[in-house]
Design a protein around this ligand. Structure first.
Ligand SMILES: Cc1cc2nc3c(=O)[nH]c(=O)nc-3n(C[C@H](O)[C@H](O)[C@H](O)COP(=O)(O)OP(=O)(O)OC[C@H]3O[C@@H](n4cnc5c(N)ncnc54)[C@H](O)[C@@H]3O)c2cc1C
Length: 261
């Protein structure tokens, strides 16, 4: 990559949600860096952070902040044996991080016809892409209802839940017109009001529709899936039987999927 294809940015803030496991990082926003909620950036790090040499490792990260918000924010898992994420977790305010000038990705709210209900179904850090969409007022204006489902293993992995609950409190107002439903579903410990089950099981047995008080009618609902590829493949197969399919050749479809690995 030549110098023009990426910019050198500064780490502004690091927030640990679960030490050594989940963190958010705020980074200065490059000039003219435009994106849609749900798109992702490519972040680059040098081999040795201390020497500030040119980047040699790159990874995809969905923006958490909305398209009009500054600075950039990313939400990351730490994979202990991973090449990139432990280095990301070691960054401190003032350190250098590189950002590719190009943004990528098609998991955006404008890929669907407006109206009806938009389901945002995430496992783990797959939540990031939806946070960016929810940080964009256009998403709230485009749909009658938004249902956010966040599947995690344990309750401490429910990052951003305070911000999300605030959206819930403010939804249905002029600022955030859509009705909003938030279901946080841990699989390894009980949580009041939700079954301790995998999201795929809850889609298949019809329980998720009951919890969200919204039947999965394929004519009125659009579904996004983001996160763990195994869950996504299973969910996609189940949803196909219920009438949901990814769009193609000019047809927007009613299903969109983004794998994180
Ligand atoms: C389009 C896209 C968007 C992405 N956005 C994000 C994001 O917003 N936040 C984020 O944390 N990651 C995101 N990722 C994954 C990210 O690019 C890295 O793979 C991840 O941070 C781990 O990097 P690594 O080099 O440490 O490990 P890698 O060598 O990249 O991955 C090693 C293994 O770790 C596991 N793994 C990788 N990513 C995750 C994850 N997110 N959650 C659970 N297990 C994982 C997989 O088993 C993978 O095989 C995204 C990936 C893609 C393709």
């Amino acid at each position: 990559m030549t110098e023009q294809k990426y910019t050198r940015q500064k780490v502004l803030q690091v927030r640990e949600w679960v030490p050594g496991k989940l963190l958010s990082i705020k980074v200065s926003r490059p000039d003219n860096f435009k994106f849609k909620g749900g798109q992702y950036a490519r972040l680059g790090l040098s081999e040795k952070i201390e020497t500030d040499t040119e980047p040699s490792i790159w990874r995809a990260y969905s923006m958490v902040n909305g398209p009009d918000q500054t600075p950039l924010e990313f939400y990351s898992i730490v994979v202990p044996e991973g090449e990139f994420s432990p280095r990301l977790a070691a960054l401190k305010p003032g350190d250098t991080i590189y950002i590719d000038n190009t943004v990528f990705g098609f998991l955006t709210a404008d890929r669907f016809e407006p109206g009806g209900t938009l389901w945002m179904i995430a496992t783990g850090t797959g939540l990031s892409a939806y946070l960016s969409m929810l940080n964009d007022p256009a998403t709230w204006a485009a749909f009658d209802q938004i249902i956010l489902i966040h599947g995690v293993r344990t309750k401490d992995e429910l990052a951003y839940s305070e911000e999300i609950r605030q959206w819930q409190a403010d939804s249905g107002t002029q600022a955030l017109p859509a009705k909003f439903v938030y279901l946080a579903i841990p699989t390894r410990e009980p949580m009041p009001g939700v079954p301790q089950e995998r999201i795929t099981t809850l889609i298949e047995n019809g329980e998720l529709e009951k919890l969200a008080h919204c039947p999965l009618d394929p004519d009125r609902n659009k579904i996004m899936l983001c996160g763990n590829p195994e869950m996504l493949a299973d969910a996609r197969a189940i949803l196909k039987k219920k009438g949901f399919a990814v769009g193609r050749r000019g047809n927007p479809g009613n299903l969109a999927v983004e794998n994180y690995w």
